[in-house]
Ligand binder design. Structure first.
Ligand code: SAH
Length: 370
């Protein structure tokens, strides 16, 4: 029904609000994370930032501002931005947020690269519908609240074995949908692990395909992926739900009008990386942002602003992102990295040591101030 294709569902007037829309600090700290990984892996001369499902472009905008502010660190580095977005409406909003008005956008609806432009800071930016079409080069991948929107298969354990949960038309009530169990085993059952102990499981094959693609790319060309979403590590069962106007919404009522979402199963993403790359996390958003130095950033921004409403906004944003009862514990960060990054590559070796010295990865371990 095209829920994501036709509308801007984000923000107060929409159906849900996301961390980058709440506070600029979120995107700034993620920008630092990418620069930190770029530095730790040998400062390649060229890199791509690839974002999946960029919403209004706010997160990419905050990251690009950090890249500009740290221009002296990134100087001579050839950067390009690649956005994977299926929504016509949101891609227009992203272009408004991110691109330089004076440089006209190149559009070609039928091509895999359906739009091209230049960002406000002069970086080339391109739009795609599919990750497969993004050039394969040294890349940093970012997916924030992206994997939870992809469709899941649901399964229920029964005395007869696993049965897939289907959506059916209720024959007794007109225009009413209902959940039913498939009468027999279905091919999708192949997605379930043999040693699965839960009695209800949601599997997202589309997420698996995308993770495999990202893992292969990182293993071949280098880079890293940072994935942030609400989810669990293979423990939760029935999480499929709908949101409309910031309220829970029955997923079977008025399809196409509400945001449908299922928690991301990070254990499945880890399995789909198939050891091609190393993974870190999931760790709670509160811990990740603390490790990235959100408290120091908040203090700097508070010290800089005299306006009470701005200070209030900063403090409220911090609370929303960090409070365990709000987004602090509900959201998780998960990273994919080349194996050498965690087990020590040649560039990380100290000349005097024969053993590799593993560098800690920012956000996933406590920040050490030097
Ligand atoms: N990352 C943003 C937006 C999250 S909403 C934020 O945090 O604010 C989900 C985003 O994914 C939207 O931009 C939506 O249009 C996009 N999207 C949904 N399904 C997609 C798909 N199959 N491929 C690419 N993008 C998709």
């Amino acid at each position: 029904m095209g829920y994501y294709v036709h509308r801007d569902m984000l923000g107060e007037k929409g159906d849900f609000i996301t961390s980058p829309e709440i506070s600029q600090m979120f995107g700034e700290l993620l920008g630092i994370w990418f620069i930190s990984e770029w530095m730790a892996t040998g400062k390649t001369a060229t890199f791509q930032l690839v974002e999946l499902g960029p919403g209004r472009g706010t997160l990419a905008g905050d990251i690009l501002r950090v890249f500009s502010q740290l221009g002296s660190v990134l100087k001579n580095c050839d950067i390009s931005i690649h956005l994977v977005e299926v929504s016509q409406k949101l891609s227009e909003i992203q272009a408004l947020t991110l691109t330089e008005e004076k440089v006209p956008l190149e559009r070609s609806a039928g091509s895999p690269v359906y739009m091209k432009g230049v960002t406000k800071s002069g970086i080339p930016i391109s739009w795609y519908r599919d990750l497969q079409d993004v050039p394969k080069g040294y890349s940093f991948y970012l997916a924030h609240e992206f994997f939870d929107v992809l469709p899941v298969h649901k399964f229920q354990k029964t005395p007869q074995g696993w049965r897939e949960v289907f959506v059916d038309i209720d024959s007794k009530v007109p225009d009413k949908l209902r959940f039913v169990l498939a009468p027999c085993a279905t091919p999708a059952e192949a997605f379930i692990q043999h040693d699965e102990t839960r009695d209800h499981v949601e599997v997202c094959p589309d997420a698996g395909v995308i993770i495999q693609e990202i893992s292969e790319r990182i293993a071949l060309a280098g880079g890293a992926a940072l994935i942030a979403d609400y989810g669990h590590d293979g423990t939760k069962t029935d999480t499929f739900r709908g949101f409309c106007g910031h309220k829970l919404h029955d997923v079977l009522i008025a399809p196409g009008t509400a945001d449908l979402t299922a928690d991301v199963d990070f254990s499945y993403l880890r399995r789909m990386a198939q050891d091609k790359v190393a993974s870190l996390g999931p760790i709670k958003q509160q811990m990740f942002l603390k490790n990235m130095g959100i408290d120091v950033r908040l203090k700097v921004l508070l010290d800089k602003s005299d306006e009470p409403s701005l200070r209030q906004q900063l403090l409220q944003g911090y609370d929303m992102l960090m409070n365990p009862k709000k987004m602090g514990e509900r959201f998780n960060f998960f990273a994919l990295l080349p194996h050498e990054r965690l087990h020590g590559g040649s560039h990380q070796r100290n000349a005097r040591q024969s053993k590799p010295s593993p560098s800690p990865v920012a956000g996933f371990s406590e920040l050490v101030w030097k």
